[in-house]
Design a protein around this ligand. Structure first.
Ligand SMILES: Cc1ncc(COP(=O)(O)O)c(C=O)c1O
Length: 440
């Protein structure tokens, strides 16, 4: 089995006019994969090979590819709504805002943008403007898009954890330094930063489940402690629900945990593949963007509230609201996958922990359950890559990046999950024979 990348072959398959070959850095994974068609739970590459799609466009696909309800709404908007006017507001923008407010428990007003990164950048601006403070806290392992303030310390190597670890060159150090880094599920590490920087922390931003390093579930009481700590210090709590929102529950993870945010960011699956995102909060918090209420935060974007994006968002929410069984189904499929895969690893004596929530799962090559980033330092990255590459070769699209989460869309079936577990057993037995997986 080939697990190593043939660099020359990959380079030759790269479209020469696309700088670096891909339009988003993490889309390049050593495989010259170009998807030419999609259908429900499946994608087909340009060689005609079909894959069960666990990648789901980094989680933007929730209902399945080309969900008919979303496609119909988009086509209807193209035919029957104004395209883009850049003047005032529109019927679909208003309707999307009302749907979001009805869905998200702590949200009374929203502003919609195009990407999750923009939503986060605006949330940080609102928090800084409203508190008149400079500093932000994120956690080691949290990812909140590409904007300068948060582009640090995601999958950090052991010698860079909690140190300055930028995601990119070209960012002003001042922007990065105004963001501090704490450990997930460790309230003391957060408290310490508040003690060191009294009355300077504008916001704490966390994914309610840090899915960008897999699935580190919040320990019981952790989110509540975070809420209490931020309230005590007059700091805004930003729940970045760009992945968890709509995927785990219509009202995001905040609906399930009961922990309310000051600001919520959302995106990805809201449009089921169409570009729509946003930020919301109470009317008082969101007044920061309303000049009539004295707000001084500017929100700008030529394509904000475009009809295609709004139609896709409205249709996705409508579908989820009218099909509550979507969640019971995807959560049950997720549980079936986690149990099945853990069984495969256990039977083979592999040191692996399959973790996840709802319709998501991640395999860590670790001897025990991970609760924080510190645990992830021991994850066997080479084993992760080898396992995912083996699955890709067998027709299961799993991004060969360590700690990547898998997404189960509404188009998956029990048979898809069972086929995954069966293929995993084959991959695992081969990799064990080759000594590529850590044993217990
Ligand atoms: C939690 C989270 N926030 C924000 C973003 C940025 O969203 P976008 O890629 O739409 O800019 C991402 C993207 O992966 C994300 O996972």
């Amino acid at each position: 089995m080939t697990t190593e990348v043939n660099t020359a072959q990959v380079r030759s398959a790269v479209p020469p006019a696309v700088a670096s070959g891909v339009n988003s850095s993490t889309r390049s994974n050593g495989a010259p994969l170009m998807i030419s068609s999609v259908d429900g739970a499946y994608v087909t590459d340009s060689d005609g090979k079909r894959y069960l799609d666990y990648h789901a466009a980094f989680g933007a696909i929730l209902l399945g590819h080309k969900a008919p309800q979303v496609d119909r709404a988009v086509i209807d908007a193209i035919h029957n709504e104004p395209d883009l006017t850049g003047w005032g507001t529109s019927r679909l923008e208003t309707q999307l805002a009302e749907s979001l407010v009805a869905a998200l428990p702590s949200v009374e007003q929203v502003t919609t943008v195009t990407t999750g990164s923009e939503a986060v950048a605006y949330a940080l601006r609102i928090a800084r403007a409203s508190t008149d403070r400079r500093l932000i806290i994120k956690i080691q392992g949290g990812f909140h898009g590409w904007s300068d303030s948060v582009a640090r310390n995601v999958i950090s190597a052991p010698d860079r954890v909690y140190q300055m670890d930028p995601l990119s060159a070209g960012i002003l150090p001042e922007a990065l330094e105004a963001t501090l880094v704490a450990e997930w599920n460790d309230i003391e590490s957060m408290r310490e930063l508040f003690v060191r920087h009294p009355e300077q922390i504008a916001a704490v931003i966390v994914e309610p489940i840090p899915h960008n390093v897999g699935a580190l579930l919040p320990e019981p009481g952790y989110l509540e402690q975070l809420r209490k700590l931020t309230l005590e210090h007059g700091t805004m709590l930003i729940l970045d629900e760009v992945i968890t929102g709509f995927r785990h529950a219509l009202g995001g993870y905040q609906e399930l945990s009961g922990v309310a945010a000051d600001l919520t960011t959302f995106g990805k699956s809201l449009g089921n593949g169409y570009a729509v995102a946003g930020v919301g909060g109470s009317a008082a918090v969101m007044s920061a963007v309303d000049p009539a209420a004295g707000g001084k935060v500017a929100i700008m974007g030529t394509f904000n509230g475009n009809p295609v994006a709004c139609a896709a968002g409205i249709a996705t929410i409508d579908y989820l609201r009218s099909h509550p069984e979507f969640y019971t189904r995807t959560h049950a499929l997720g549980s079936r996958a986690r149990t099945g895969l853990q069984g495969v690893f256990d039977d083979a004596g592999v040191a692996a922990s399959v973790q996840g929530f709802g319709g998501t799962f991640t395999t860590y090559f670790l001897p025990a359950r991970a609760t924080g980033y510190r645990d992830l330092l021991a994850n066997d990255a080479a084993a992760s890559r080898a396992f995912h590459r083996g699955m890709v070769e067998r027709g299961f699209l799993m991004l060969p990046i360590p700690m990547k989460r898998m997404h189960i869309s509404g188009a998956f079936t029990e048979a898809d999950i069972d086929a995954t577990v069966e293929a995993a057993a084959d991959v695992v037995s081969q990799l064990v024979a080759q000594g590529q997986l850590p044993l217990r």
